[in-house]
Design a protein around this ligand. Structure first.
Ligand SMILES: [Fe+2]
Length: 368
């Protein structure tokens, strides 16, 4: 296809949108492919009725299963999203977990504690991404009740994002990736006289229990380029333009073959007088989008609290709530921490999410 235009259009996307109009982006391949910007009289989110299963959805994960088991939320053949609450009591049985179905990226929403792995321990705190690759035995020992959003990658290994012309140290320097502390783990196990002799293995979503005579965390040393690590949201250096809004793809943290994980962290608001300062309305045509609201002030959404998760499948445009345009005035910095997962293939909802869903969410773009 080639570039062309008709009627009113802007010469620079996300800037100089005619007064009283909105700009809507329709793009392929997750902000990398063919793209057009439509100048419309009104936002396409002004629906007055949606009749059918395809609609924006919101889930309150604060109400997710607190029994210690993983609660499946959304899934397809490439990815499964779970919520898991882990309490100090749950950890007393010292049963390790090994996921043979895929890499587990644990995002710590609430809580602090220690994660034992075959490679050493990682201390965790809110905002941490803990990357535990496929088949690595691990065990959470929380200090307090802890909640994780788990992004299970069934489609291949996680990779760093392509940083293109900004170079390999942009967004985060790989020297920021914190590796497990093996000596610390040996000391920790000795001091606490902890012995983990059971590993539960998940394979094709079935659990098999392996029992041993002695502790499975007995590694004396290791070398190689496969190891668990952690990265906190505070270590991210967001890409920004002070002149025009950048697409969410600028905030990619990890990439898998058929989905991406992006992080939204505080950043300055665009300062050009005619710049669109709220996220633009868009149809990310090829992707389903999930946003987990971790912390801060979610200025582009109304009636939200930390721990909620929105799900916007492909098939309709989305964008800021009407209140966002007022809220952003006078702001010089955003103060939101959120995790976004965009998937190439459609996501299905687990039946258990019905109890977590705010059923009126699709109406939330209507002006109050
Ligand atoms: Fe989006």
């Amino acid at each position: 296809m080639y570039f062309t235009s008709q009627g009113i259009f802007t010469r620079q996307a996300h800037k100089g949108i005619p007064e009283g109009c909105v700009e809507e982006e329709q793009g392929r391949k997750g902000f990398y492919g063919a793209v057009s910007h439509l100048i419309r009289r009104k936002a396409s989110t002004r629906w007055k009725l949606i009749d059918g299963p395809l609609k924006p959805r919101m889930f309150d994960l604060v109400k997710a299963d607190k029994s210690g088991r993983r609660q499946r939320l959304l899934y397809n053949q490439d990815i499964t999203l779970y919520s898991q609450w882990v309490s100090p009591d749950d950890a007393k049985n010292l049963t390790a977990f090994r996921n043979a179905d895929g890499d587990s990226l644990y995002f710590c929403h609430i809580g602090t504690g220690t994660l034992l792995t075959e490679y050493g321990l990682l201390k965790y705190r809110p905002g941490d991404y803990l990357m535990i690759q496929k088949c690595i035995a691990h065990l959470f020992l929380p200090e307090v009740d802890s909640q994780f959003l788990i992004i299970e990658n069934l489609s291949g290994d996680y990779r760093e994002p392509d940083r293109g012309m900004v170079g390999k140290n942009a967004v985060y320097d790989t020297a920021q990736l914190e590796k497990p502390d093996l000596t610390g783990q040996q000391e920790f196990l000795q001091k606490n006289k902890a012995r983990c002799t059971v590993v539960e293995v998940k394979h094709t979503d079935e659990i098999t229990r392996f029992e041993y005579e002695d502790c499975v965390f007995d590694v004396l040393g290791w070398k190689g380029d496969l190891f668990p690590f952690k990265l906190n949201m505070d270590q991210l250096m967001p890409l920004v333009s002070h002149r025009a809004h950048l697409p969410p793809s600028a905030h990619t943290t990890f990439v898998a073959p058929n989905f991406v994980v992006c992080s939204f962290v505080p950043r300055p608001v665009e300062s050009d007088e005619d710049a669109l300062k709220v996220p633009f309305y868009h149809q990310n045509i090829d992707y389903d989008e999930v946003l987990f609201y971790h912390n801060g002030d979610f200025f582009s959404r109304a009636n939200l609290h930390s721990g909620m998760m929105s799900f916007h499948p492909a098939g309709f445009p989305h964008g800021p709530h009407p209140q966002a345009f007022e809220k952003i005035k006078g702001m010089t910095f955003t103060n939101e921490y959120a995790v976004m997962i965009d998937t190439r293939r459609p996501l299905l909802r687990d039946a258990s999410t019905e109890k977590l869903e705010l059923t009126e969410y699709w109406k939330s773009w209507q002006k109050p």
